[in-house]
Design a protein around this ligand. Sequence first.
Ligand SMILES: Cc1cc2nc3c(=O)[nH]c(=O)nc-3n(C[C@H](O)[C@H](O)[C@H](O)COP(=O)(O)OP(=O)(O)OC[C@H]3O[C@@H](n4cnc5c(N)ncnc54)[C@H](O)[C@@H]3O)c2cc1C
Length: 370
Amino acid sequence: MAFQAVCRKFVEEQVTPLVAEAEEKQRFPTSLWRRMGDAGLLGLGFPEEVGGAGGDLLSVAILSEELAKASGGIAITPLVSSYMAAPHLYRFGRPDQMREYLAPVLTGHKVAAIAVTEPDAGSDVAGITLRATPEGDGYLLRGTKLFITNGGIADIIVVAAKTAGGDGHHSITTFIVEAGQPGFSVGRPLRKMGWHSSDTRELIFDDCFVGANRVLGEVNRGFYQIMQAFQEERVVLAAMGVGLAEACIEASVAYARHRKAFGRPISSLQAIRHSLAHMRTQTEAARLLVYQAAVLADAGADAAQATAMAKLFAAQVANDVADRSVQVFGGAGFLEESPVAMHYRDARVLRIGGGTDEIQLEILAKLMNL
Ligand SMILES: Cc1cc2nc3c(=O)[nH]c(=O)nc-3n(C[C@H](O)[C@H](O)[C@H](O)COP(=O)(O)OP(=O)(O)OC[C@H]3O[C@@H](n4cnc5c(N)ncnc54)[C@H](O)[C@@H]3O)c2cc1C
């Protein structure tokens, strides 16, 4: 596919050379924002009228796959900004909000984050407690968010807050908060087992005032807005799993061809050959599920089941393939300098972020009317 070739070339030339230093320094290479923006890779799936680059969710999935082949930590950073936070601004923003907040994100001039999870509410989105209390011509936000990707580097944060009492399904509203505004602060970067170059923080809102003009979408409809945007987020994360698995296969095949044991390449040993063949089959199956989910969403069809299956399966495949690839490498796979150790660490979060395995299974069981 021509677009895949474009993404692959960009990643090989512009991203891969930066991975080792980004992992070491645990920092996203900021030069990539403008390079990705200039290449149109931050505005896929958004129409040109709002500053986007055209394309669709399938193209976002292909980009996610290619980025994650290089590094999950680097990949997740722009993917959260453009394809997990920005869709809220596009789907629910007013024209003036899109001009001011969305357009600069799609070109890499500004970075966005999406803040839903709290210390006491993750899977249970309706259970969030960060409060938005009416005050003058706006609201005062008070509470804490946790695990927020890009939290310390974002210019624009989409924040979910409770705007009414009672059931969270009908009392959540999303707001646009700008970094640096009074009453808003960020905690120290959280140290993680993987995604080392991605910035993850606690966000603190201490009577942070947001004007009514920064309400995003409808008051008290935020829960449903978040659920809608989750579809795209899950396709992206699933595609990252496919890319990670693909990288592990490529590295393992190359290693197995050259590594000798008992006088012959380990690729000639049935245990290794079959494991590699299994990895290839699993990854291809995951890829097809991801593409199916993206294509259905692009066609405007109901993609709920396909998306949950893709997220569940691709995340598990990524973990299994990464584990198998470390096994193919033997002791060398346990060294940080091996090409698969980073992927092994990065794979784990894919079964948690954007809705855990168990939440995907719950969605699927409900769709089976169970
Ligand atoms: C690196 C990283 C980056 C993240 N980035 C962001 C971000 O940018 N923005 C954001 O808002 N959030 C972000 N998150 C948060 C992430 O979405 C949550 O961690 C995830 O949704 C799970 O929530 P939790 O951690 O509170 O786990 P919990 O909800 O407490 O779940 C704990 C366990 O219970 C299980 N469980 C919970 N409910 C059910 C149920 N109904 N049925 C069966 N099992 C259940 C879960 O599957 C899990 O195994 C990030 C997390 C990580 C680790």
